[in-house]
Design a protein around this ligand. Structure first.
Ligand code: COA
Ligand code: AMP
Length: 630
């Protein structure tokens, strides 16, 4: 059906559209209606329906004859292993783990933190929580203990499920010591931990608190699926906000299932039984929606890939996986393709593989630069589709919905809004602005099913972060424009969030860490353009009077401190010492101007600048560091 017809039918009658989409989900009790608007501007979907996520993702497929179909392929070039798990096996694994959790007192609504690498047990753990109505919060393995501790304090989990270690190329990530340290720092303590021991590093268990994954489930009965309300939180996922404290995005069960299931065919163009691969990590929203829940709810085979685009063992890994497992739709970040392109610019390795089964590729997580899209299209000879979304929405706000209609591609644009998203470009006063003009990107409320209904433990922050700037709208935090055909262009963030290798990070959080260094009086962190990672963080440090040791020592300590406090994923490697920071007369640091200088872009001298001479000092310092680099 043409995209425009579908989009307009949803706009004209969202109730009918989403109730129809909800038919594809198995409900224990059907919802009486789709939208619940009594608390507007807070909205919920399918609140009075009853259902279970795990039943929809696993059990119903077994009941419907898909028991022998492979549900999960674990492909780990790092350990050189491939493991396949059928839907029937997945049901057994998940029911067993869920039963053990239940036997240890985990009940509907209890929080469980999951801290695991890219192994199928991570999905077992997510689905086991869903099976018994527990609310999981998965924490990405590249975060440091202190970040894990912040999430433990906020989510107050009764249990933590972790693995003994993760494997990065050439490096073992010691999950268990990180977990122990996080629990030590946290003020909230979990009742118990379940540890999956990997053979690459067997961790010491703390008696009475830690249980071995296998022993833990050896004598407990399997769990049945617990029916939950449509507005029961399926999970909490923390993401970077405008201050150091991460925001706990809540996802409600009913809308989550309905929306993800709708996208699998209409956006990603796969049918049940097809193999779908999102090369992300379960710690990110892409991993939640498109490694775990979306493909499984829809009866697809999903791939859990423990490797990197390059170096495991080479830049042909993606193509090997696509051929070997007959991937139909592939989803990755532009950074990953840039990494492959850097190693194999001519795409020689593509020729070694038969990619005839591949139908299309999707890119998200950061702006997809036209060069990368053109390179991928030329080498792979399939449509390469940019689509735009956020942790908050859980799925694409804008895309080229290949399963509905293949719209013309416009390079630099993630195409058009998906049904239910009324995307508008607003000026500072909240008025819609003309096509072609840059403004804040906002979405008219209500957001469609599956998007965040609120923030965990922070209802006021939810209002102030998203709903207050433009009453009646959700503020995306992105800036951009629409063209005459309604195609969107996502240009930058309006807050301090930067995007490093497709990972969303807060410069505010890095500044908080830098400011805690004893020699640092004041600091600023900006994102600068990077040919591989899109952006990388760059720190400016003003030191306390009297600090007369070598500045490079202080810089090295600051770099180490960010790694220790936030984690390696911050990729904070460069900082410089400056005398002064450029500020407005009211004392606001001019970060955007500094970023423009670092990137070699033209900029307007801010009218409110206190002392323009400081910009010359910044430019000279940056020049000394080799900026602009592109
Ligand atoms: N656990 C522990 N550490 C991790 C980690 C994890 N899950 N993921 C990344 N890290 C570490 C890396 O080992 C690296 O550590 P190092 O400083 O010791 O080298 C650091 O975090 C930075 O990682 P990254 O930014 O990923 O850089 P890289 O140089 O290791 O790899 C790419 C570059 C392009 C290959 C890689 O960033 C990549 O695959 N990007 C795609 C990202 C993606 O798919 N995002 C999903 C969004 S949809
Ligand atoms: P995350 O919540 O980690 O998914 O990051 C969401 C943010 O990443 C968005 O608000 C954008 O700033 C950026 N982003 C994601 N996808 C795209 C895209 N296709 N084009 C441009 N920016 C994107």
């Amino acid at each position: 059906m043409p995209y425009a017809t579908v989009y307009e039918s949803c706009k004209a009658d969202p109730e009918a559209f989403w109730m129809q989409a909800a038919e594809a989900i198995s409900w224990d009790q059907k919802p009486s209606k789709a939208l619940f608007a009594d608390d507007a501007p807070l909205y919920e979907w399918f609140s009075d329906g009853m259902l279970n996520t795990c039943y929809n993702a696993v059990d119903r497929h077994v009941e419907n004859g898909r028991g022998d179909q492979v549900a999960i392929i674990h492909d780990s070039p790092i350990t050189d292993t491939i493991t396949k798990i059928t839907y029937a096996e997945l049901q057994t694994r998940v029911a067993s783990l869920a039963g053990a959790l239940q036997a240890k007192g985990i009940e509907k609504g209890d929080r469980v933190i999951i801290y695991m690498p890219m192994i199928p047990e991570a999905l077992d753990a997510m689905l086991a929580c869903a099976r018994i109505g527990a609310v999981h919060s998965v924490v990405f393995g590249g975060f440091a203990a202190a970040e894990l501790a912040v999430r433990i304090n906020d989510a107050t989990p009764k249990a933590i499920i972790a693995a003994s270690c993760g494997l990065e190329p050439g490096r073992v990530v010691h999950y268990k010591p990180l977990l122990d340290e996080a629990i030590e720092i946290a003020t909230h303590k979990p009742d118990f931990c379940v540890i999956f021991q990997r053979e690459q590093e067997v961790a010491d268990l703390i008696k009475g608190r830690d249980f071995d994954w296998n022993n833990f489930q050896s004598e407990t009965p399997d769990a049945k699926c617990v029916s939950v309300e449509g507005n029961h939180p399926a999970y909490i996922l923390y993401t970077s906000g405008t201050t150091g404290a991460p925001k706990g995005v809540i996802r409600h069960t009913g809308g989550h299932l309905v929306a993800l299931n709708w996208t699998m065919k209409n956006v990603y163009n796969v049918d049940p039984g097809d193999v779908f691969w999102a090369a992300s990590d379960v710690g990110w929203v892409v991993g939640h929606s498109y490694i775990c829940y979306g493909p499984l709810i829809h009866g697809n085979t999903t791939i859990v890939f423990e490797g990197k685009p390059v170096g495991t063992p080479d830049a042909g890994t993606f193509w090997r996986v696509i051929e070997q497992h007959k991937v139909r739709s592939f989803f990755t970040a532009p950074t990953a393709f840039r990494a492959v392109k850097r190693e194999d610019p001519k795409g020689e390795l593509v020729k070694d593989y038969d990619l005839s089964g591949l139908g299309q590729v999707f890119l998200a997580g950061e702006r997809a630069d036209p060069d990368t899209i053109l390179w991928a299209e030329a080498k792979l000879r399939v449509p390469v589709i940019d689509h735009w979304w956020q942790t908050e929405t859980g799925y694409a706000i804008a895309a080229n919905p290949l399963g509905l209609q293949r719209l013309p591609v416009k390079l630099g644009s993630p195409a058009v809004p998906m049904p239910g998203f009324d995307v508008q470009i607003l000026d500072d006063n909240g008025a819609e602005i003309a096509p072609g003009e840059l403004g804040a990107i906002a979405i008219k409320l209500p957001l469609p099913p599956g998007c965040l209904p609120g923030l965990w433990n922070a209802p006021e922050r939810f209002q102030s972060s998203y709903l207050e700037t433009f009453p009646g709208f959700y503020e995306t935090g992105d800036a951009g424009y629409k063209d005459e055909d309604g195609y969107l262009y996502i240009m930058s963030r309006t807050d301090d969030v930067i995007n490093v290798a497709g990972h969303r990070l807060s410069t505010g959080a890095m500044e908080e860490v830098l400011a805690s260094h004893k020699d640092v009086a004041e600091c600023a962190v900006i994102g600068v353009a990077d040919a591989l990672k899109g952006q990388t963080p760059l720190g400016f440090l003003c030191l306390n009077a009297g600090v007369n040791r070598d500045h490079s020592e202080v810089v090295a300590e600051c770099v180490a401190l960010v790694r220790e406090k936030i984690g390696p994923v911050a990729a904070f490697r460069t900082a410089c010492v400056v005398e002064r920071l450029p500020k407005t007369r009211s004392g606001k640091i001019l970060r955007a101007t500094m970023a423009a200088i670092a990137d070699g872009l033209d900029y307007k001298m801010p009218a409110t600048i206190d002392d323009p001479a400081i910009l010359d000092e910044i430019e000279a310092t940056l020049k000394g560091l080799g900026y602009p680099r592109n």
